[in-house]
Design a protein around this ligand. Structure first.
Ligand SMILES: [Zn+2]
Length: 465
């Protein structure tokens, strides 16, 4: 649902576009913040303090209820074995999940209709799309209640940071094309007056245009920032380069989502906006939600989903591997143990913040975000290479064969041959001596068609089909 892609919208005057954004804001607001949202949020703000035993019991009940319906009304799941009847909820969850084979994306791709619950009236459903950059996004359907529960996880996080009201004024940096591509002069933002939302275009961020973004960020009063970390990072950099960071404490927090938050982005954003980042991991399939705590870890929203790790590597303290997600909300197209294509590292110890439940150190992003070395290693999280490289403003690694990579960098003025050698050394320390590394200076790194930034794009580093 979007008016922005319409052929009429780009031709309207700015003032009318603002009205359209406000109308859109009203519709979205009504969809997301319904009675089920308020009820769920109130419940989950209590259960966030529950001990782990209680959360597991809740997961078990929700999973069994969903499985029960799936066996009766979802053709794909007709022959699932019965759920475990073990007394201990942890044992029951383990046994029940173990009896369901992991769901690969291609199974869904081959027959999406087979996942559709037959007991639900189609007129009640919203239509969405699956996530992922490879191949075509597939249709999926969800109930308003599922969307409301997803937003309950979002708003539980925001409220814990002191942003109480869903209509609180904010600066938004997401992929909506609210400003026509052809526009060359400010304003590169539109305003949704209904929910106090300043919608900044993420497609007009040239160094020159960013000056007007800096002005606008200072001019408006907002409680928080939300959006893609790569876009917020560009504005953060512009704020710092202009010597005009926002005063500390003016914003409650910066809420990032939809892309992996990279180490160098976090530092710059927190400094420029004078507020802590609280990241969130969510997926379009509504099968997973993780929200960051004050200790910088991602907590699985246990009421909403189950996240398993298909372990490929582990120590006493952590385990890493592709994630299998099971949404506990989605009754329209339920997906059990769905291999979403992201890799995560889960802590084996409870989080020092005191919140019970599963906790991740990080979700490393998609499996396509790994570089494959000539000796067959898959190396993830290469963005850390750029964390200490102050002379590099933005960077991207491209790989099309396993013997070489291209490193695109946007150099700052301070970038010299020494910086290049240091960068090369950093990369070599992770990828080894064998791989060929070509560093290429560029002035711009293109975004994906959906406006997202990817730090690593490898067509050979995929570890699952
Ligand atoms: Zn924590």
């Amino acid at each position: 649902m979007s008016v922005y892609n319409d052929t009429i919208y780009p031709r309207l005057p700015v003032s009318v576009q603002n009205i359209a954004c406000t109308a859109m804001g009203f519709l979205l607001y009504r969809n997301r913040f319904n009675a089920h949202f308020h009820k769920t949020l109130a419940n989950w703000e209590k259960s966030v303090h529950d001990p782990i035993e209680k959360l597991h019991e809740l997961q078990r009940q929700r999973l069994d209820r969903l499985l029960d319906r799936a066996r009766r009304f979802v053709p794909y799941y007709r022959d699932l074995p019965p759920s475990s009847d073990a007394r201990d909820p942890v044992v029951a969850l383990e046994e029940t999940l173990a009896s369901i084979p992991p769901l690969e994306k291609r199974f869904y791709r081959d027959q999406p209709e087979a996942f559709f619950a037959r007991d639900i009236q189609r007129s009640r459903l919203h239509r969405g799309r699956t996530s992922g950059t490879t191949g075509t996004a597939l249709p999926l359907w969800y109930l308003p209640e599922t969307l409301a529960e997803e937003y309950a996880t979002v708003w539980r996080l925001r409220r814990s940071c002191g942003v109480e009201n869903p209509a609180a004024s904010n600066l938004t940096f997401t992929g909506n094309i609210t400003v026509p591509f052809g526009q060359t002069k400010p304003p590169f933002w539109r305003y949704n007056a209904f929910s106090g939302q300043h919608l900044f275009s993420i497609y007009h961020m040239t160094p020159m245009n960013l000056r007007s973004y800096v002005e606008e960020v200072h001019r408006v009063t907002a409680r928080y920032v939300q959006g893609y970390p790569s876009s917020i990072h560009l504005v953060a950099r512009a704020l710092l380069e202009a010597g005009r960071p926002l005063p500390k404490g003016r914003l409650a927090a910066v809420f990032t989502s939809s892309e992996s938050l990279l180490a160098f982005q976090r530092e710059t954003i927190e400094k420029a906006f004078g507020a802590p980042i609280r990241d969130r991991y969510g997926v379009s399939e509504f099968g997973a939600s993780m929200t960051e705590c004050s200790k910088g870890r991602l907590h699985v929203d246990m009421e909403f989903c189950i996240v398993e790790v298909d372990v490929t590597e582990e120590s006493d303290l952590w385990e890493t591997g592709p994630l299998l997600i099971t949404g506990l909300s989605d009754g329209a197209t339920p997906l059990f143990r769905y291999r979403i294509g992201d890799v995560g590292t889960r802590s084996k110890r409870p989080c020092p913040c005191g919140r019970a439940g599963d906790v991740f150190f990080e979700v490393d992003g998609r499996v396509e975000d790994y570089v494959l070395t000539p000796d067959g290693r898959l190396v993830g999280r290469l963005d850390h290479v750029f964390k200490q490289q102050l002379e590099v403003a933005e960077a991207q690694i491209l790989q099309d064969d396993k013997n070489s990579i291209d490193v695109l960098i946007i150099p700052r003025e301070s970038y010299t041959d020494v910086s290049a050698r240091r960068l090369l050394k950093e990369i070599r320390s992770r990828l080894g001596e064998e791989i060929e590394i070509r560093i290429r200076r560029v002035t711009n790194i293109p975004r994906e068609p959906n406006g997202k930034f990817r730090a690593v794009k490898s067509s050979v580093g995929r570890i699952t089909a």
